[in-house]
Each structure stands twice: as C-alpha cells, then as structure tokens.
Design a protein around this ligand. Structure first.
Ligand code: SF4
Ligand code: SF4
Length: 89
C-alpha cells in the first residue's frame, strides 16, 4: 500500500530454535529408546512406530520451546537445536 513502510508489506516471518534428531538416534540403529520423550515437559516429542518394537522420535515444532532438555538427556548425542524459519503469522 502507498505510504506504508516496505517492512509492513512483508509477511511476519521469524526464526526460532527447534530440536532436531540425527541418524545417531539409537532407535534408528535398532535399539529401543524413548528417553527424550519422557523428559519433554511440553510433550513436543512423539514417536513413529518402526518394525521390531522400535519407534523414532518426531518433533512437534509448534510445541517445542527449545529448552534443550532432550539434548541433555539423549545418551547418543543425537539431538541438537537448529535455527529454523517460522511460518508467517
Ligand atoms: S533420547 Fe536420543 S537416542 Fe533416545 S530416542 Fe531420543 S533421540 Fe533417540
Ligand atoms: S528442546 Fe525442550 S521442548 Fe523442544 S523437544 Fe527438546 S525437550 Fe521438548
């Protein structure tokens, strides 16, 4: 719109840290583990079932608050926090 600052015409995007799981995850290597999910207070970690009773963690970005607890407790150092672009409001 004429007379409006350029920034006001752009969608409101931003950046935030969110947990991400690497291939180091024990579940991806045939070992049953749900340690991260049990320590995530906002319940941001769900599990996708895999064969042989295993399950792979999935992060719900809308719930993750980047507290880092999953990074701290993972026995395989498979979790890290990544900067991601958030959706427009
Ligand atoms: S705690 Fe680590 S190894 Fe265990 S399920 Fe979570 S990411 Fe995988
Ligand atoms: S960083 Fe915190 S809120 Fe996000 S998935 Fe890990 S434990 Fe849950």
């Amino acid at each position: 719109m004429l007379g409006e600052p350029a920034s006001a015409q752009l969608p409101a995007t931003g950046f935030a840290r969110r947990a991400r799981i690497s291939e180091q995850c024990l579940a991806a290597r045939g070992i049953v583990c749900r340690t991260c999910g049990g320590h995530c207070e906002p319940h941001a970690i769900g599990f996708r079932l895999l064969p042989a009773g295993r399950s792979f963690p999935l992060i719900d970005d809308t719930r993750c608050n980047a507290c880092g607890e999953c990074v701290r407790v993972c026995p395989a150092q498979a979790v890290s926090l990544h900067l991601i672009e958030t959706a427009p409001a």
